[in-house]
Ligand binder design. Structure first.
Ligand code: 3PY
Ligand code: MG
Length: 230
């Protein structure tokens, strides 16, 4: 969420494989993505972009500047899932706005670029609200969905225990979603505030865990440094 390429470089130095550049929460907008994405590529980690909302111009725009994947929040129906997939893939699979002169195409993509881009990018759809929970079977059945991404904070809110991401009901629901997606052959990703929860999601079969939040990790580090003086 912190709008600085230094954060991306620090994550890469710490050994992470990927970074979620979060434009839903915090100040990062398209102009900042234009800086953070090349920083991630240069540092050798995959830039995933969480778009602010399920909007084709935001999805196509993030991919055009070089996102490896888009994470789309609050998917609540099969139709919403299909719209997100269509916005991320060129025809015939979708209807992403087509221009081969963007960064993602090396500024001059050949005719094969459109098909390559369709293969290489990933579409991760967030299931995190009451609508998403109810529509999970149709979302999982939507062609072109690479993974379901679970948002424990919104999920806890939808389940009436806002912020209690370790509430037994929330943990059980996440476990059930990972299992249902796995049974349908769809990968799952989960946000995890702590390494202990991250390990748990991996053990349950999640393929991607977004561990920690840059703001919270920075606060923890600053607090520990300050308290070291006491
Ligand atoms: C959630 O837990 O709902 C998220 O989307 C994390 O930002
Ligand atoms: Mg969320």
């Amino acid at each position: 969420m912190i709008d600085s390429p230094a954060i991306v470089e620090l994550l890469a130095s710490a050994g992470f494989d990927a970074v979620v550049l979060d434009t839903e929460h915090g100040p990062i907008g398209p102009e900042t993505l234009n800086v953070l994405i090349p920083a991630a590529r240069a540092a050798g980690i995959a830039p995933l972009v969480r778009v602010r909302t399920n909007d084709p111009s935001l999805i196509g725009g993030a991919l055009d500047v070089g996102a490896a994947a888009v994470v789309v929040p609050q998917i609540d129906s099969g139709a919403a899932a299909a719209a997100a997939v269509a916005a991320a893939r060129f025809g015939p699979e979708g209807s992403r706005g087509a221009n081969p002169y963007v960064r993602a195409a090396g500024y001059h993509g050949d005719a094969g670029w459109f098909a390559r881009a369709n293969r290489e990018i990933a579409v991760l759809l967030m299931v995190e609200g009451t609508g998403g929970i109810a529509a999970l079977p149709e979302i999982l059945a939507t062609p072109g969905v690479d993974a379901i991404f679970i948002g424990p904070f919104d999920l806890s809110q939808a389940m009436g225990v806002p912020g209690q991401v370790e509430h037994p009901d929330v943990l059980a629901r996440i476990t059930a979603i990972v299992a249902e997606a796995g049974a349908r052959g769809v990968a799952t990703a989960v946000f995890a505030p702590t390494p202990a929860l991250a390990r748990r999601w991996f053990e349950l079969g999640a393929r991607l865990v977004a561990l920690g939040f840059d703001t919270a990790l920075a606060l923890d580090g600053f607090r520990a440094a300050r308290q070291g003086l006491d």
